[in-house]
Design a protein around this ligand. Structure first.
Ligand SMILES: [Zn+2]
Length: 215
């Protein structure tokens, strides 16, 4: 598996380029910004982008999607529960003081039970609401790798104080879905350093607090 991770844009969103070294098919996850850098890596590995997958409709994850779509022709995939948030990109741009990227059009909704793929490398879509209503994670079972979006970070979890956020839902998603994955699963969060499910199960204070509750 070819897997390049670049921190893009002012909020340094982790954008993943995942490619099959045999078929050269690829997917790009969360092309928030810096699309020229993304395309340079795509060319360097001689890849053909077949899918653009968005973990959730925050501007730092989706802002460059239309530019990448225009350059590659690949469809954009997002869970439909985030379509309302996607219509607020101009408001989101004002929050963080960047230029609004214009309208982003989604080609296909994806949810639990769906599969996304880059050649032979397949990921299961896991709908994990909480950070936003339509947040998803992507789990590659053969590689034991999770692209977590802003649901889980090394030592932290996604904020739930923005529109569509729910602390109760993110805890359900983490305890019921994310922590059901094997300990050795490598986690690529939406921002910051990589971690593993086992590491977070043992040390993440947000997860420990919950699991230690006796009431
Ligand atoms: Zn976010």
């Amino acid at each position: 598996m070819i897997h390049e991770i670049l921190a893009v844009g002012p909020l340094q969103c982790n954008c993943s380029i995942i490619g099959d070294e045999t078929t050269h098919e690829a997917m790009v996850i969360d092309p928030g910004d810096d699309i020229e850098d993304v395309l340079a890596l795509v060319r360097e590995h001689n890849l053909q982008v077949k899918q653009i997958v968005i973990t959730h409709a925050h501007i730092d994850h989706v802002g460059g999607a239309m530019k990448l779509r225009a350059a590659t022709g690949a469809p954009i995939l997002l869970n439909e529960n985030d379509y309302a948030l996607l219509k607020m990109l101009d408001v989101q741009a004002a929050w963080i003081g960047v230029a609004a990227p214009g309208e982003v059009r989604i080609d296909q909704t994806v949810t639990t039970g769906d599969t996304v793929k880059a050649g032979a490398h397949q990921a299961s879509v896991l709908h994990t609401p909480g950070h936003t209503e339509g947040s998803i994670c992507l789990y590659f079972p053969a590689e034991k790798k999770l692209i977590a979006g802003d649901t889980l970070f090394a030592g932290s979890i996604g904020r739930t104080d923005l529109p569509g956020g729910s602390t109760q839902k993110i805890m359900q998603s983490l305890q019921g879905t994310v922590l059901a994955l094997p300990d050795e699963t490598l986690v690529v969060p939406g921002h910051g350093p990589l971690t593993t499910i086992g590491e977070e199960r043992q040390r993440n204070p947000f997860l420990l607090r919950r699991s230690n509750r006796v009431d």
